[in-house]
Design a protein around this ligand. Sequence first.
Ligand code: ADP
Ligand code: MG
Length: 246
Amino acid sequence: MTLTSTSAMNVARVLTEALPYIQRFTGKTIVIKYGGNAMVDEALKSGFARDVVLMKLVGINPVVVHGGGPQIGQLLAKIGKQTEFVEGMRARNAPERKAPEIIDIGPVGQVSGIDPGVVDLLLHGNFIPVVAPIGVGEDGCSYNINADLVAGKMAEVLGAEKLMLLTNAAGVLDKNDKVLSGLTAREVDALIADGTIYGGMLPKIRCALDAVQSGVKTAHIIDGRVEHAVLLELFTDEGVGTLIRG
Ligand code: ADP
Ligand code: MG
């Protein structure tokens, strides 16, 4: 393939813009929660895999935590369960939320701790860890955990530079569906209180806040439907989606 002079110029521009970011993130750990629509579209899937490999090859340590994606919703629809409530359980696992009926969604848990031993070993070998959000309880049973929560805790225990949560929205949206490019803890509280942030966005925003308050430098909620969303966030001046700072 030969490049026209315009596209060659673009390649050069992209490389020079990316270089300082590559230098900044070399040797740093970045935890990516992979989920939403990016998990079902074939082109996005292979694009995501290539992007993560690229990160590894330029010296960054990516760790992928994967969610159930839309398949969980489809499965619930198939077995005729109330997705909204079950989503609530998955998302909030909140005992204060009253159940309209008892629904068996299998054992669902929360993260009490993560032993980073195996992930650490893989990270510093030539591997890209891909983590399923299944935990083991004190009773020895397996528990499904919302992948956002696992990704957030994983970023904390690994002392990650960044937490990236891919989803099927352009970022955190305001009341007029405009992307909020940056959020602080106080702004998040207000948006939750007035119902602008609800449902599946709640565990994302909560674990993003917990992560940045526990030493992770930045957390990002980004649009997994956009090709190369991860690279755009990492290596461009503009970034994409919503940035959450402590
Ligand atoms: P994922 O598979 O990425 O975890 P979820 O469905 O659990 O997806 O969470 C993302 C969903 O959160 C969005 O599709 C949207 O319906 C919902 N949501 C709630 N509040 C907001 C908000 N303020 N901005 C964007 N999305 C929101
Ligand atoms: Mg979710």
